[in-house]
Design a protein around this ligand. Structure first.
Ligand code: CDP
Length: 220
């Protein structure tokens, strides 16, 4: 089923507001890899569902919608972004309604499948740093480079509040960890990094150190 992966993939998973995005983006810049935020892809699909007035509990309507959407992508500032019907939905992705429903929409198998396929396809073209919930455990389970970024619930709530977003992260974590399709778990062979007392640069330094130990070749 899976295509051969020709490029290197670094998987960064973790719970809500653990700092994955900042870490993954910075790591990708240092390595000259392409950065992919898979959560943004789930958010874009969720926004499209809500925008059409589809009830987020109606899995069959969501599956029907998925079959009609045109998925594309754009490489911008070192980041691959999902386009839906040719539109980059980035400005809409942190709306309260998206925060509220993304975990539910992410349980729909057709949604997971389409994003899985796109992520695998990206890795046929580029070296990637991909962040998400199931990247090391499911989507790129074969990569030897996988990290689980964690932080205490208090620190994560503070980090999200500092971004100015309203987001019930504890509720989303419960939903993401308890669902049957690709739940948030720590992959058996993932390196766990507890980041509550670390800056983004310190976390990236730590990842670079651990990558070198895994014989990851750093260019330059
Ligand atoms: O903003 P935050 O880091 O908390 O989350 P995100 O990475 O933007 O992901 C938003 C939501 O998408 C998560 O709460 C999951 O429900 C879902 N998601 C997923 O199911 N699988 C992934 N690989 C990435 C995100």
């Amino acid at each position: 089923m899976e295509s051969a992966q020709r490029h290197r993939v670094i998987a960064i998973d973790g719970p809500a507001a653990s700092g994955k995005s900042s870490v993954a983006r910075e790591l990708a810049q240092r390595l000259h890899f392409v950065y992919v935020n898979s959560g943004a892809m789930y958010r874009a699909v969720t926004w499209s569902v809500l925008q059409r007035g589809i009830n987020p509990t109606d899995k069959s309507r969501i599956a029907q919608l998925i079959a009609t959407l045109k998925f594309g992508c754009e490489l911008k500032d070192g980041e691959l972004r999902l386009l839906i019907d040719d539109v980059d939905l980035t400005p809409q992705l942190h709306e309260d309604r998206v925060n509220g429903e993304v975990s539910r929409v992410s349980t729909v198998p057709e949604v997971r499948q389409v994003i899985f396929n796109r992520l695998r396809d990206y890795a046929n073209k580029y070296d990637l740093v991909v962040e998400g919930r199931d990247i090391g455990s499911v989507v790129f389970s074969e990569t030897p480079f996988k990290f689980y970024i964690d932080a205490s619930p208090e620190v994560r709530a503070q980090r999200r509040a500092a971004q100015g977003h309203r987001d019930q992260i504890a509720r989303r974590d419960r939903a993401d960890s308890s669902r049957s399709a690709s739940p948030l778990i720590v992959a058996e062979d993932a390196d766990v990094i507890e980041t509550s007392h670390l800056t983004v640069d310190q976390v990236v330094d730590e990842i670079m150190k651990r990558l070198r130990k895994k014989n990851f070749r750093v260019a330059g």
